[in-house]
Design a protein around this ligand. Structure first.
Ligand code: ADP
Length: 159
């Protein structure tokens, strides 16, 4: 059985927590779409193309992964891609409440689509894009939190 999954997020920018979740998710599905949300309300530091490029750079050798951008309802996107599994990452307890609500709403919109929650490796659990950006802005070392390509893009942004 061919399983298709979607891992949605803002990825502004991608970090080691996301990368760990993606590597775990590829063991559960045959095809994984990493769906980059436009999220203008979050005022992202990187535009959509930049965010996509940073993910593509990390996973260029994996043909089962495709990076796409989206600005519509996640459930509509899932249906148009024939994806039946939504992948979400769980970090701290505070993620749970939001994720719980989102699952409930998505399930009411389309009960055929299952949400699967994954936890990153302990070392990656506390990483968030916001902290990575803040540390980079203040000139700190982010090499434990993201890859070299993203680190250099962040350096350029805050030059
Ligand atoms: P961020 O909060 O870092 O900006 P996104 O909005 O891009 O992340 O999140 C996309 C998905 O990745 C969400 O399901 C989020 O919970 C998950 N995620 C983000 N960071 C981590 C992490 N360090 N460990 C596990 N899951 C994570």
């Amino acid at each position: 059985m061919n399983r298709t999954g979607i891992y949605p997020g803002s990825f502004d920018p991608i970090h080691k927590g996301h990368i760990d979740i993606i590597n775990r998710a590829t063991k559960l599905v045959d095809k994984l779409y990493i769906a980059v949300a436009n999220s203008p309300h979050k005022k992202p530091l990187f535009n959509l193309d930049e965010r996509k490029e940073m993910i593509e750079e990390e996973f260029s050798s994996n043909s089962s992964i495709e990076v796409i951008a989206f600005d519509n309802l996640l459930i509509d996107l899932a249906n148009s891609l024939k994806a039946e599994i939504l992948i979400r990452g769980l970090r701290v307890v505070s993620d749970f409440e939001y994720e719980f609500q989102m699952l409930g709403m998505n399930r009411q919109l389309d009960s055929k689509i299952e949400t699967v929650f994954l936890m990153a490796d302990a070392q990656c659990q506390s990483i968030s894009s916001n902290f990575v950006k803040e540390i980079a802005r203040l000139g700190g070392d982010i090499s434990n939190f993201t890859n070299k390509f993203v680190a250099s893009k962040l350096k350029d942004k805050y030059k």
